[in-house]
Write a protein of this length. Structure first.
Length: 235
């Protein structure tokens, strides 16, 4: 049976998914996480997951709510349909169809199908993701229409009443930083800066005000711009 107050969070180890995990912990009594390996060039994000979970569990009122973590390996399935700039050393640029070369066709759709299968087995009704079409790289599988269509398809295909919750869908990166501060104060913001990973190139050596990364890939550019706008709004 589904538990209406239980959630499964798609948790990559990045800024958005960490904010979404904090959002779910503040909102739901039982929260589990799922991560995905898919041959990503920034696989260092997966190393960030366990320390982040431990740090969030140590925050007041959240430890008792955080349940098991699950890992799904989609490397073979993703590799079978061809490499992109997110799964190889190809140049990060805008492709012929106007989409970034970091777009992995079907990636988020596979994530949601796998997450729903786990949620089905675990009795979790709510599936939480960090997809966003307000301040993003243009991926079509991050758009609200896509998520709504997936919710319908998953519910029909699994005979369930899953609810796909996307708390960042209509928030830009500045608002995402602001949400983190509201949820967990300076401690959560500091955790996101120091321990999450968003850089597509997988670079962790350089420490910027907003965190670690190369500083010029699309993910770093979005994160940095959001940080600056948020800081300007605060001060």
């Amino acid at each position: 049976m589904e538990n209406d107050d239980a959630a499964l969070v798609l948790f990559s180890g990045g800024q958005d998914s960490t904010t979404c995990l904090a959002w779910a912990l503040a909102r739901h009594r039982r929260v589990e996480t799922v991560g995905f390996a898919y041959g990503q060039r920034h696989a260092v994000e997966l190393d960030c997951r366990a320390p982040l979970r431990a740090a969030l569990a140590a925050m007041p009122d959240w430890g008792d709510r955080l349940g098991p973590d699950h890992m799904v390996d989609l490397t073979g399935a993703i590799a079978a349909v061809g490499a992109t700039a997110l799964t190889s050393e190809a140049e990060i640029a805008i492709g012929a169809e106007g989409l970034p070369t970091t777009f992995v066709p079907g990636r988020n759709l596979q994530f949601l199908v796998s997450a729903a299968a786990i949620a089905y087995r675990r009795g979790l009704r709510r599936i939480v993701g960090g997809m966003c079409e307000t301040d993003y790289s243009g991926y079509p599988d991050c758009r609200d229409d896509t998520i709504k269509a997936m919710q319908v398809a998953l519910n029909l295909g699994m005979q369930r009443r899953f609810v796909l919750e996307m708390p960042l869908m209509w928030r830009d990166k500045a608002a995402t930083w602001a949400m983190a501060e509201r949820l967990g104060g300076a401690a959560l913001v500091g955790l996101i800066v120091e321990q999450t990973h968003s850089c597509y190139r997988g670079e962790r050596g350089i420490r910027h005000d907003w965190g670690h990364g190369c500083g010029d890939c699309p993910a770093c550019a979005l994160r940095a711009a959001g940080w600056r706008r948020w800081r300007e709004m605060r001060y």
